[in-house]
Design a protein around this ligand. Structure first.
Ligand SMILES: C[S@@+](CC[C@H](N)C(=O)[O-])C[C@H]1O[C@@H](n2cnc3c(N)ncnc32)[C@H](O)[C@@H]1O
Length: 430
């Protein structure tokens, strides 16, 4: 594809995203490329890179376009991306050419807006803080409360691209074997610093095509997510419940820690998500896991009250810790989403706590960076459940720099991982 054709495709993809504003951008992108199988891998990555840049500069671009009297259309957003990257008006105009696979020339209004931006750049000091930091206005006070003085550094780290982290499945081989296997397929991976099972690659790479992935030697999992599982302290022969298992990302790591011995139940309320776990469990060679679909008034759960050694609650959350991967989520997030999620998280915590046996542990986790979904939930839970206490886990897989606390709090700025939170609670004996 020519650079102009890529630009045209990026504009089409942004238009598709505009038409489905509540749908995650990566879901829209997946459908978009599925319907255009003629677009090869290299072009796909280039088009996605343009679109993800636009998503990362969403509020700033809108602000700039509004300052010169325009409205933020996909075409103008793509053009402003070039402007923000330092391109001149002439260069931008040249990339908007006529042709079958091209975006078409800039319209008169578009030229006027872009020329004004180029010659009379709006004063950045008048840009509101929330716009400059690319967060919704209502969320800024929450982020200020969480990060205080480090807010700008943290948000800068969240504006960058995420690494591609893999977890080596030690049921299939060790990190060195996995690294060599990946190299044979042309993928260069480094050992992660914090997780004992992690390998790290840069950017977006077609890792699912590698033999190591196909044979279940590696699984895609952020290093932070691996450490959350480490906090659970799963061991062979335990009975473990992964209460919000989704497609089994953490179930797989738990089963690995259990060396395939003992019993693990992966629960969720979503059929398609649980279905998604089947192939992954098989690929990883796991045979101590069963799946269970949670339904309202679940008798299954009632019969298993106080019966698990470990219960992991990887709760539905705002996903604010994954903004590097999903920059669109920043602007999609609404105040009401946070309100609804915190209510849901408390309900799930209460329900899952009933399944923990005396002396057993409940690990509550989110991929959020907000206190309201993390520490505040734990404080409120301990207030409602005097039979639980916070404990420091015996988790040798958690590195010394992060161990020693009942809570794990990871951020892209501090740890180079996605933002994750985990708290370990124990049900008192007797
Ligand atoms: C953060 S995701 C889990 C991700 C998964 N543990 C992983 O590591 O890939 C949260 C999950 O909670 C599930 N969920 C939502 N409401 C729930 C409920 N009331 N009880 C149990 N699971 C629920 C969602 O379907 C979703 O799969």
């Amino acid at each position: 594809m020519t650079p102009s054709a890529r630009l045209a495709a990026a504009i089409d993809l942004l238009t598709a995203m505009d038409a489905a504003p509540r749908r995650p951008a990566d879901a829209t992108a997946n459908s978009f490329f599925r319907e255009r199988r003629f677009i090869g891998g290299g072009d796909r990555r280039a088009i996605s890179a343009i679109v993800w840049d636009v998503l990362r500069q969403w509020r700033q671009a809108e602000w700039l376009i509004t300052q010169v009297g325009g409205e933020a259309t996909p075409r103008l957003r793509v053009a402003v991306r070039q402007f923000l990257a330092g391109e001149s008006f002439g260069d931008i105009a040249q990339s908007f050419v006529e042709g079958k696979f091209a975006p078409g020339a800039l319209a008169r209004d578009e030229r006027r807006y872009l020329e004004t931006l180029a010659t009379n750049r709006p004063d950045a000091t008048s840009m509101p803080r929330a716009v400059r930091l690319e967060v919704p206005d209502w969320l800024l006070p929450h982020l200020e409360a969480t990060f205080g003085e480090t807010l700008e550094t943290e948000l800068a780290a969240m504006a960058g691209e995420a690494t591609l982290d893999l977890r080596v499945n030690t049921l299939r081989g060790d990190r060195e074997a996995a690294r060599k296997a990946l190299l044979r397929d042309g993928f260069r991976a480094e050992l992660t610093e914090l997780s004992p099972w992690g390998l790290r690659l840069s950017g977006r790479q077609p890792i699912t095509a590698s033999a190591a992935f196909k044979e279940g030697l590696v699984e895609i999992q952020d290093e932070g997510s691996q450490l959350v599982v480490a906090m659970l302290g799963a061991r062979p022969e335990m009975r473990i419940l992964d209460y919000c298992a989704g497609a089994g990302g953490k179930t797989l790591a738990i089963a690995m820690m259990m060396q395939n011995r003992g019993h693990i139940v992966a629960c969720d309320v979503s059929v398609p998500r649980l279905e998604g776990a089947v192939k992954r469990l098989r690929r990883a060679g796991i045979h101590n896991a069963e799946r269970h679909l949670l339904v309202p008034g679940d008798k299954w759960a009632k019969r298993r009250a106080k019966s698990f050694d470990r219960v992991l609650v990887d709760a539905p959350c705002t996903g604010t810790g994954t903004w590097r991967r999903n920059p669109d989520a920043r602007v999609r997030l609404e105040e009401n989403d946070l309100k609804e999620l915190t209510v849901k998280q408390a309900e799930i915590l209460d329900r899952s706590a009933a399944l923990v046996q005396p002396g057993g542990r409940l690990v509550y986790a989110t991929c959020s960076i907000l206190n309201a979904e993390n520490r505040d939930q734990i404080t409120a839970f301990l207030g409602r459940h005097p039979d639980f206490v916070s404990v420091v886990p015996d988790a040798p897989e958690v590195p010394a720099s992060l161990a020693g606390s009942s809570m794990l709090s990871l951020t892209p700025g501090r740890n180079g991982t996605d933002g994750f939170f985990a708290a370990v609670l124990e049900r008192k004996e007797g």
